[in-house]
Write a protein that binds this ligand. Structure first.
Ligand code: FCB
Length: 476
């Protein structure tokens, strides 16, 4: 059961709006692609995030992040591990860049740890932290790999959390300052920027459900976490635009079709309401300069005049992270009336128990085309985990190849239906520290020996390497 801040009254209002809109699932049905060939300029890449791979939490003046605080309590992490070592990539970044280049992948999406750049959350930047990202960008560029820097992948400086975190409007201003420091230090070599990663996940899992840092279970915290992230993103984009010539700036979202559990009409209403928060609460402010009703209600008086002019910024692309659809139901036992539901019985599942459904990716790409002005799109994350556990990685990972193939077919279908999808980043390069799941979940196309840090490519690495070379998607 999930608490999201819809009171009975608000739920009634949203339901009425959903009913008025007809609640009909819209969109074009996915067809098998006519061609299995990606164009030569399609961007092939891989993605990671700082807290999941870097380790070295005390190196070179890094400040504390909210994840350091969160995982200090081992009970919060499935295998009682923490992010102290990650993949040791703070030291092994050149080896990682080499692995990427050797796989013919020409794009590397990594994230910058905000607490390395602004250890206290405010004030002068930490030169040594910025130097690390300069070295990382250079290691990529020297190998023919284009760096794509994400600025906020959930690791807020603890000092900002101590001042209220995203509940505090000031945090949005600090994100803009941090973006300015990154632009000044890296803008000569990094041209691709993504300000927020999956702000919906950070807002809901971090502030309402409590499974992620900062671990709040407070439905009332949702409005600030939504709006101040969106506001900070707008301000950060302005900084990057002003300071980096030739910048290509985008945003990355966890876009998931929200589907009703079963065919009960009340679940359809609940899923429509949830969609307006989860997807619309982040797409609309940047692309349309508005909030859908349920998001606006959650934000309430935090939305000040002029804010939506700031959240709405021209973006060069939208990054789509896609793993599976979300199922939603009406749950009268929840104060929010909305709960997570189950996928249809018998549908294929990944190791998370999430449904494997590439048509959800197609639907998402087409929705962006149709309802959001046909932006340039990149798949900035897609992939699947090994089955959970403490065992070694599955090196002969045919299940991953099958998953990737199916989702890339959906990308081809969407391109044929007119969606402007220009690239694909596999999540992830190396098995890493998967947040509350610790090391029990492994998404890499490269395995890592936790004792030695030694990296071993899996079958999917060779498969991606061939695909990136030719752009030809093999058949099953
Ligand atoms: C996404 C996150 C990424 C990783 C993958 C599996 O939601 O952006 O850090 O956790 O899921």
């Amino acid at each position: 059961m999930t608490d999201i801040p819809l009171t009975r009254r608000r739920f009634a209002a949203v339901s009425a709006a959903a009913l008025a809109a007809g609640c009909s699932p819209k969109g074009t049905a996915m067809k098998a692609p006519a061609s299995r060939q990606f164009p030569p300029d399609f961007a092939w890449g891989t993605a990671t995030s700082a807290y999941q791979i870097e380790g070295a939490r005390d190196a070179d003046g890094r400040g504390k992040s909210i994840w350091d605080t969160f995982d200090a309590d081992p009970a919060r992490i499935r295998d009682r591990s923490n992010g102290a070592i990650g993949c040791d990539s703070y030291r092994r970044y050149a080896e990682d860049a080499q692995l990427i280049a050797d796989a013919n992948l020409k794009h590397y999406r990594f994230s910058i740890a905000w607490p390395r750049v602004v250890p206290d959350g405010a004030g002068a930047p930490n030169a040594k932290g910025l130097d690390y990202y300069r070295r990382l960008a250079d290691a990529s560029l020297e190998r023919g790999v284009t760096p794509w820097a994400t600025l906020f992948h959930w690791d807020l400086p603890q000092a900002l959390q101590d001042r209220g975190g995203w509940a505090n409007r000031e945090t949005a201003l600090r994100l803009a300052d941090y973006a300015g420091h990154v632009a000044d230090a890296l803008g000569d070599r990094v041209k691709h920027f993504i300000v927020l990663n999956e702000a919906a996940v950070h807002a809901v899992l971090g502030h309402v459900i409590g499974d992620h840092a900062p671990g709040l279970k407070d439905a009332a915290a949702l409005g600030g976490a939504i709006h101040h992230q969106n506001l900070g993103q707008g301000l950060a984009i302005q900084q990057l635009r002003a300071k980096v010539s030739g910048a290509r700036i985008g945003t990355t979202m966890a876009l998931q079709p929200c589907r009703p559990e079963g065919d009960a009409p009340q679940n359809l209403i609940a899923s429509t309401a949830f969609d307006a928060l989860w997807n619309g609460g982040f797409l609309d402010p940047v692309l349309k300069g508005a909030y859908p009703k349920p998001a606006e209600e959650a934000i309430g008086s935090l939305l000040l005049p002029g804010d939506l002019d700031i959240t709405k910024q021209p973006v060069d692309f939208v990054g789509v992270n896609y793993y599976s659809p979300i199922y939603v139901k009406l749950d009268l036992n929840s104060p929010a009336r909305i709960g997570f539901g189950r996928p249809p019985k018998g549908s294929p599942r990944d190791a998370f128990g999430r449904e494997i459904d590439p048509s959800g990716l197609f639907e998402t790409l087409m929705r962006l085309k149709t309802d959001y002005g046909d932006p340039l799109l990149y798949i900035t994350e897609n992939g699947c985990s090994d089955p959970f556990g403490d065992g070694p990685a599955v090196i002969d990972d045919g299940f991953r190849i099958a998953y990737l193939r199916q989702h890339l077919e959906a990308v081809l279908s969407a391109r044929e239906a007119g969606a402007r999808v220009a690239g694909y980043f596999h999540w992830s390069l190396v098995d890493n520290w998967e947040w509350a799941l610790g090391y029990t979940s492994k998404f890499g196309c490269v395995a890592m020996d936790r004792a030695t840090g030694v990296r071993t490519p899996k079958a999917s690495y060779a498969w991606l390497k061939q695909l990136a070379l030719t752009g030809a998607l093999d058949a099953a």
